[in-house]
Design a protein around this ligand. Structure first.
Ligand SMILES: O=C(O)CCC(=O)C(=O)O
Length: 401
């Protein structure tokens, strides 16, 4: 069976692919239907214009997705993009010069910008896994563990600050964690909670990551950190990221940061486990799954001082991170940005505080924590954190409410 037929067999409900474009402009809808029908209805010979037609639908929808604020993009536009990405992948596979990598790129774009359909919720993820398994990985890499970088800016800036330690516990029971840390919203480091994760051994082998994900498209943050004026984001294959930014000597630091890699690549999702602690909730109606994000990068990545709206368990698969924490009670001492988009980010750089501009910083209390492989850090919601990777590092965060 050819690949496009194999992908079609993954469809749970074919009419949903067509229904989700109903709200589009009539011309785009017509073009979409020509593409759709070429995949499912007509059996005549290959029409060379189909790829261009599929491209025009994708381009139109991408413009719609890029207009206005991302949070205001309509769900049906994102679902239409998912459907159009799938149809384009089928068309690319039907082309006489079948190009599996190009079809995979279409599916990844659909996964990154689209929204899951209802009856076909896993269609793109499953299709992309299937195509990945047909691609041959030829490169072979060794994970080069470098000596840990020392932070050459650290200590002096903290000399005058009150310091407290983040406590460490060995795999506490749910009850212990709940009573002493979750309810009271105090950070704590947890050891021996992730030894059963396949990721802790499998991800040390870069060839494994390349095999299951090397040809997949991922968003990479470029620049020393997200508040830097030269900071930008770029889509690239994980393989290019690994070769150029993770192992290579690219001029710009690259970071696969805060990306839900696990909904995109199910093989990697199978290598991690949601910690039981994420089942705790202060809100009995809220039974949502945690938001799971990957943080994968070379030594020296920095996430500037910021806070998040949910409780967080940051799990360190490998590499070491230095984390500074500040309580929400110290917010005033950290000078949050006034800009609406950066309200959760501090103006003060805790490693190089400008005390003339930010004198109250000296009244803050800092909690310093070294997060090593196999450890998790509980960061309660609204706790400020600054994170620096001292080595090449792979972490997974679980945000939950
Ligand atoms: O690991 C990092 O660089 C940042 C992690 C973080 O900010 C988070 O998990 O919320």
């Amino acid at each position: 069976m050819d690949l496009s037929e194999t992908l079609k067999n993954l469809i749970q409900n074919q009419s949903e692919l067509e229904e989700c474009v109903q709200n589009l402009n009539i011309h785009v809808k017509e073009t979409f239907l020509q593409c759709y029908n070429s995949c499912f209805v007509t059996t005549n010979k290959f029409d060379d214009t189909l790829k261009l037609k599929a491209d025009s639908v994708i381009d139109y929808l991408q413009d719609e997705l890029n207009t206005g604020h991302w949070s205001e993009v309509l769900l049906h536009t994102r679902q239409a993009f998912t459907s159009a990405s799938f149809i384009k992948a089928l068309i690319v596979l039907n082309h006489p010069e079948e190009n599996v990598q190009e079809a995979l790129n279409c599916l990844d774009l659909g996964l990154l910008l689209g929204a899951p359909l209802c009856a076909n919720s896993n269609l793109l993820t499953q299709s992309a896994s299937l195509l990945t398994s047909t691609l041959h990985v030829t490169d072979s890499l060794e994970l080069r563990i470098h000596k840990r970088k020392t932070l050459n800016c650290g200590n002096d800036s903290f000399e005058n600050l009150r310091r407290l330690e983040v406590k460490t516990l060995n795999c506490p029971t749910l009850e212990e964690f709940n009573k002493a840390y979750y309810i009271t919203q105090i950070p704590v480091k947890l050891k021996e909670c992730m030894e059963h994760w396949p990721a802790c051994t499998k991800w040390l082998d870069l060839n494994y990551l390349l095999k299951v994900a090397g040809s997949r498209t991922v968003p990479i943050e470029l620049g020393s950190h997200y508040t830097d004026e030269n900071w930008t984001q770029k889509l690239m294959s994980l393989k290019d990221f690994i070769n150029n930014h993770y192992l290579g000597n690219a001029d710009t630091i690259g970071y696969l940061a805060q990306h839900n890699l696990f909904d995109q690549i199910s093989e990697l999702r199978n290598d991690i486990c949601i910690p039981d602690y994420c089942a705790l909730s202060r809100n009995y109606d809220d039974s949502c799954e945690p938001d799971i994000n990957a943080w994968f990068g070379p030594e020296g990545t920095v996430s500037p001082l910021h806070f998040d709206p949910k409780d967080n368990l940051l799990a360190q698969v490998y590499g070491t991170k230095q984390i500074l924490l500040f309580s929400p009670n110290d917010s005033e001492c950290l000078y949050p940005h006034e800009d609406k988009l950066l309200f959760n980010t501090a103006q003060v750089d805790p490693y190089k505080p400008d005390l003339e501009r930010f004198p109250k910083f000296l009244s803050a209390t800092v909690y310093k924590c070294l997060l090593e492989p196999g450890e998790m850090l509980f960061m309660p919601l609204k706790w400020w954190h600054h994170v620096t990777a001292l080595d090449k590092s792979f972490s997974v965060s679980f945000w939950w409410k």
